[in-house]
Design a binder for this molecule. Structure first.
Ligand code: MG
Length: 175
């Protein structure tokens, strides 16, 4: 089985300005590059799991998201970095919308991933996946950014960090 580093997109790969969907508006959080590189070097699949309700809200289209992800992937490829897969959820009521685990479980199945040996990095309490007990969610690290981080599991199983550099140091020890 494979191990994975799951990454939220907005606030983790790029600055979360709210509903980013155009390359020209995208500002990279450059510290993510080293995190992706380490995951690549250590044999972890790198998989993006992102809620994109802006589609449901009519602010942009699926095609916009596909194009942006293609452009992001090209940028990373030029840096020698590899993303194994991108999942997004356009809807509000979907099982795929985080914290519901649809995207996580789809990725697990598609890439044969051992969730217990995997990690999730996000910046919202909704990046802490819900589980009905039939699977164990990956170890989850949150980076403090624009959002209030309140969740009963923070401190017991979910760790909060102040920035990407702190998460990088933690992942260096664990990946
Ligand atoms: Mg986010």
């Amino acid at each position: 089985m494979n191990k994975a580093l799951f990454l939220d997109r907005d606030g983790i790969l790029n600055l979360d300005k709210g509903y980013v969907y155009k390359w020209d508006d995208l500002v990279w959080m450059e510290e993510i590059f080293e995190i992706i590189k380490m995951a690549n070097d250590r044999g972890y699949k790198v998989i993006i799991l992102t809620n994109q309700s802006g589609i449901h809200r009519g602010m942009y289209t699926r095609e916009d998201v596909h194009l942006l992800h293609k452009q992001m992937e090209e940028h990373l490829t030029k840096k020698g970095l590899h993303i194994d897969d991108w999942f997004y959820c356009a809807e509000m009521d979907s099982i795929d919308r985080k914290p519901r685990p649809g995207m996580l479980l789809s990725a697990q199945k598609k890439h044969n991933i051992d969730l217990e040996k995997s990690f999730m990095v996000g910046d919202k309490a909704t990046d802490i996946f819900e589980t009905d007990g039939s699977f164990k969610r990956p170890m989850t690290f949150l980076i403090r950014g624009n959002y209030d981080l309140t969740h009963p599991d923070i401190g017991s199983g979910v760790k909060v960090f102040e920035n990407h550099a702190e998460v990088l140091e933690e992942l260096k020890k664990r990946l």
